[in-house]
Design a protein around this ligand. Structure first.
Ligand code: CO8
Length: 258
């Protein structure tokens, strides 16, 4: 597919979206976001794809929303136009797992985009931040909500109120990122993780994603009940029979519904 602001390609069973506005450090504008959602739609519809990776460049995952494009907005422009935040939960509504592979700056909307993904794999040079306060605004796509859930109130307040950036090592200690890898290995490692996930039974992958996300969105009791119901439903899957038979027979499972 031909896009202007992103590159979308497949690597085996993984759909790879690379943000590609290098001159603006991948600042997110309407066009880039529309292209990203279009690529996500097509990967989601593609039965040959089991997992998706979103990445940027070595210098920047994304340095936030495009400041130049929104500098002169009035309240009405922002509200009525729903600039870049429209359809913003598209990553969240994706049923296939989405991994953010982050090198360099992930700031403002860039940090929020990464946090919307199911997990973040960070390069050693990654820097996360919510610097909106320096621009006289606040995070607008989940930063004030997902950051405290990911790293706790104290560090979230620190980042949002002082605009300080968090490096990859601190982000891993704080629980924001799943793994930190050498910068030059970021894409290979993220693709390897996505490939492994895409080798499992897709219905089971989706059940796990839905269940883990429940932990963020509801009470513990509701989440436990949801998990139990989905766990019971997994016994209706052909892949459950195959996975357990393969274990008993000491062989590799051959999942049918990937
Ligand atoms: N928007 C537009 N252009 C940008 C942005 C941005 N967010 N960030 C960098 N650029 C441009 C610069 O203007 C510069 O362009 P030019 O070469 O034409 O002057 C080019 O990218 C390179 O940037 P720098 O020269 O500044 O590079 P440095 O290495 O010196 O600094 C920084 C890198 C620290 C990342 C710096 O560019 C910076 O501070 N950028 C702004 C970061 C920021 O404030 N981000 C938050 C934006 S607001 C936001 O995200 C609100 C989110 C609301 C919802 C979003 C949904 C998507």
């Amino acid at each position: 597919m031909d896009y202007t602001n992103i590159v979308a390609e497949t690597r085996g069973r993984v759909g790879l979206i690379t943000l590609n506005r290098p001159k603006a450090l991948n600042a997110l504008n309407d066009q880039l976001i529309d292209e990203m959602w279009e690529a996500l739609d097509s990967f989601e519809a593609d039965e040959g794809i089991g997992a998706i990776v979103i990445t940027g460049s070595e210098k920047a995952f994304a340095a936030g929303a495009d400041i130049g494009a929104m500098a002169s907005f009035s309240h009405m422009d922002a509200y009525k136009g729903d600039y870049i935040t429209r359809n913003w939960e598209r990553v969240k509504t994706c049923r296939k797992p989405v991994i953010a592979a982050v090198a360099g700056f992930a700031l403002g909307g860039g940090c929020e985009l990464a946090m919307m993904c199911d997990m973040i794999i960070a390069a050693e040079n990654a820097k996360f931040g919510q610097p909106e306060i320096k621009l006289g605004i606040l995070p607008g796509s989940g930063g004030t909500q997902r950051l405290p859930r990911a790293i706790g109130k104290a560090k979230a307040m620190d980042m949002c109120l002082t605009a300080r950036m968090m490096d990859a090592a601190e982000a891993e200690r704080a629980g924001l990122v799943a793994r930190v890898v050498p910068t030059e290995r970021l894409l290979d490692d993220a693709l390897a993780i996505a490939t492994e996930i895409a080798s499992f039974s897709l219905p089971v992958v989706m059940m796990i994603k839905e269940s883990v996300n429940r932990a963020f969105e509801g009470s513990l009791n509701e989440g436990l009940l949801f998990e139990r119901r989905v766990f019971h439903a997994a016994f209706g899957l052909e892949d459950q029979k195959e996975g357990m038979a393969a274990f008993v027979e000491k062989r590799k499972p051959d999942f049918k519904h990937r």
